[in-house]
Structures are given as C-alpha cells and as structure tokens.
Ligand binder design. Sequence first.
Ligand SMILES: [Zn+2]
Length: 166
Amino acid sequence: MAILEILKYPDPRLKEVAAEVNRFDNVLWAFIHDLEETLRAGPGGAGIAAPQVGHLQRIVIVDVSSKPGIKQHGRLVLINPEIMEWEGMVRGREGCMSVPDYTGNVIRANTIQLRAQDEQGEVHDYEMEGFEARAVQHEIDHLDGLLFLDRLVSRRNDLFQRKVYK
Ligand SMILES: [Zn+2]
C-alpha cells in the first residue's frame, strides 16, 4: 500500500497515450489499490487516472459520491473505458490534481454512454450525466495525454488561478 506521487503539469509524461490493460491479475489489483489511496489522500478529488502517477495504462477511478443530490454510480474502477455515445454540450468548471494552481471552464458532453471493464475484466455499460459524466470525460482525457488546459476555448476567459491559503 502506498500513496503515489502525482505528476504535475508540465511533466511530459502527462502528454503520453496510455496502453490498454489486458491482464487482470494481482499486479493490476495492487496498483488499483494504491491509485485509490492516492485519490483519497488528495483534496476532494472526484477521480484519478493512472497516467497521473506515471503509470501508462488505461485505468481510471471515479467517485463523485461526495457531491450531494446528483445522479451517480458511486465508486467506479473503469478499465479500458470508451465513450460509445454522447449528447448535449455544457460548460463547467474543472480542477485537476495535476494542475493544482488553476481551475478552468471546459465544454463537455452532458450525457454519455460508457463501456468499461472492471477489475475482473467484466464489461459493463453505464449511462451517465452531469458532473459524473464530466468527471469521466476528464479522466479519459488523461489516458489520451490531454489535460483540461488543452480544452479551454479561451485561456483569457476560461482559466482561473486558485486561491492560495497560507
Ligand atoms: Zn485531472
């Protein structure tokens, strides 16, 4: 068990495309355990992707259950996730553990149909909307070497410095 180091922008490893997972074994489960501990240790993170800790495999954990009153599936381990369908576009504010000093407005699909494998390799289909759908799209971007910074329409109007508390 370990809390892993989060890579921070502009670390070039955050720009790499992650590889598919094809072995569902003890090595994978141990890594997922550490990835989840790392997510839980962060400040209010709704998700984490394996490349954020320098592990270039298509593994994401999303858990938006701390947000009250929204449609969501609770804790999800998503392996080789793929968006099959999407609908509607909405603008919303995002933050990222790899970009700790900023938040930004990003346009995402409002609803998605997601297909992903779980820790055992079983395939599941999910219908997601709103904040959960946004969190998943954000994390899948990490698997393709993209940060929310790459999706801002306007750096001038859509990027915000986080308040620093000392
Ligand atoms: Zn992120």
